[in-house]
Design a protein around this ligand. Structure first.
Ligand code: GLU
Length: 510
């Protein structure tokens, strides 16, 4: 038997911004598809118009473009199995609903919401199923003429799946193994609603997976309870042969590990749960996103890849290419994955280190512009080279390195207390004179001269150089001092130091 072509899909409902868990699901599908040289389909499941949110589809596409997750087919990508938006597939679903009705695998039900409510109130744990369906108003209890008359009179109805009681349903899950449940716990799910002429999620999902020749359904654990119903639907249509393999990914857990990750955890601990910033069109509420918070897409991808999967060794940093090679559904865990957002910050740091300084400089340059500083890229790059080891986010370069571009206007009290005492003003004044007269200024040549000179004066190197540093930076922080003076140049170095001497004239000795 020839191997089936691998075709997977990501099928979000456009009900709002894409949750980070959805991004992980898409990533695993992507890795699986690429590893097998298969296809990755982007389908929009928008049959529930009451939950439709404008802008959500565009948001999802923009998020994947940012993350570098690519699709081969689907909404906005085209392909031979379209349309890929379920709201554009009404006529297709109607055919399949009819097929189930004709074969007696489904039936028409007229019960109004009020009638269902009344039934629920009178029957504890009411479930629309083999035990109760004959007490209800449906095509099993009404005559064909009555059914026809009701439909002709414009009565709204739903189509329900007829589930046979006392059967075992087997779901073969590539992560969880075989999951067996009894049909007795399932209800006769609504598959279609006449009111909007649209199927529900379950029917549309199965019909589309079949027609789009999906070979593997990789999705979040929250869909595991639907899987038995989906298996039964495949069987009802006679599509057992091409039923996809299932893989239900582990839940994402709170950073503390207790319970499901929610948006509130992000708000509480200060991390986004969405890839991009989201502006809710109804409430105007703004939710933060990884992109806007300064995360690199590579870092987000690498972090997510390891939430529920590992390559079987300790390797943590991986390129997308490596992930494609190493990914393995059978190495995905069943147990929930703790969302350790601090680890994501670590990944961001690591990816900043890996990136070319020029690339980081190109991201830092606009931040400098916002602060009114217009520096050529190569100057910005020099600062990046000196400082990027200390940051987790590019924007932190401003907090950590603004003094490269701006002379200090204030002086850190603690640093003054520690270093602006004894003869600090004398050290700095004399050092300025020494530097001014020195035939060389470049750090590599200047440093040994300064060291010899300090030794000849019998001063402490620490005392002199830290006092000097405070005048250039405004605090006892920063890179190697001669790297800083190289960047500033002779004129600016002396100007800063002498200006500080003026400003600090009245500071009491510590
Ligand atoms: N529309 C569902 C969602 O929003 C798809 C679930 C599935 O992958 O079957 O996630």
């Amino acid at each position: 038997m020839s191997e089936r072509r691998v075709r997977v899909r990501f099928a979000p409902s456009p009900t709002g911004p894409l949750h980070i868990g959805g991004v992980r699901t898409a990533l695993y599908n992507y890795l699986f598809a690429r590893q097998h040289g298969g296809d990755f389909v982007f389908r929009i499941e928008d049959t529930d118009s009451s939950r439709f949110v404008p802008g959500a589809e565009e948001y999802i596409l923009e998020a994947f473009a940012w993350l570098g997750i690519t699709f081969d087919e689907g909404v906005s990508f085209g392909g031979e199995h379209g349309p890929y938006r379920q709201s554009e597939r009404r006529e297709i679903y109607k055919e399949y609903v009819k097929q189930l009705l004709d074969s007696g695998k489904a039936y028409i039900a007229f019960d109004t919401p009020q009638e269902l409510e009344a039934k629920r109130a009178e029957t504890p744990n009411f479930q629309y199923d083999a035990r109760t369906r004959l007490q209800m108003r449906n095509s099993l209890t009404l005559s064909p003429e009555e059914v026809e008359a009701l439909i002709a009179s414009g009565q709204q109805y739903v189509v329900r799946f007829l589930i046979e009681p006392h059967q075992e349903v087997h779901v073969h899950d590539l992560i969880r193994g075989e999951v067996v449940i009894s049909t007795d716990v399932l209800d006769d799910k609504v598959l279609y609603k006449s009111a909007d002429e649209l199927p529900t999620y379950h029917l549309a999902n199965i019909v589309d997976d079949h027609l789009m020749e999906i070979s593997h359904v990789i999705r979040g654990e929250e869909w595991l309870p639907s899987a038995p119903l989906h298996v039964l639907l495949y069987e009802a249509f006679g599509w057992e042969e091409t039923m996809p393999s299932f893989a239900h990914l582990p839940l994402l857990l709170k950073p503390e590990g207790n319970g499901k990750l929610s948006k509130r955890d992000g708000d509480r601990l200060g991390f986004p749960v969405f890839p991009l910033e989201w502006h809710d069109p109804k409430t105007g509420e703004v939710s933060s996103g990884y992109r806007e918070k300064g995360y690199l897409p590579e870092a987000v991808i690498n972090f997510l890849a390891l939430l529920g999967w590992n390559p079987g060794n300790d390797q943590e940093l991986m390129t997308l290419q490596e992930m494609v090679q190493l990914f393995d559904l059978s190495r995905c865990s069943k147990a929930g994955a703790r969302f350790d957002y601090k680890k994501m910050i670590w990944f961001n740091h690591e990816y900043i280190l890996q990136k070319d300084d020029s690339e980081i400089a190109a991201q830092f340059q606009p931040i400098l512009k916002e602060h009114g500083i217009d520096e050529p890229l190569e100057r910005v790059e020099q600062v990046v080279t000196l400082m990027k080891g200390r940051i987790n986010f590019v924007y932190e370069l401003w907090e950590q390195a603004s003094y490269f571009f701006l002379p200090p206007t204030t002086f850190d009290e603690k640093s003054l207390k520690k270093w602006w005492k004894d003869d600090a003003p004398t050290y700095v004044a004399e050092l300025c004179d020494f530097i001014e007269k020195s035939p060389v200024f470049e750090g590599a040549a200047l440093e040994p001269l300064v060291m010899d000179w300090i030794a000849s004066k019998e001063w402490g190197v620490g005392k002199v150089m830290n006092a000097f540093r405070v005048t250039l930076v405004g605090a006892a922080v920063g890179p190697h001092i001669f790297a800083l003076t190289d960047f500033l140049g002779k004129e600016e170095t002396l100007r800063r130091a002498r200006h500080a001497l003026e400003v600090l004239k009245d500071v009491k000795e510590g």
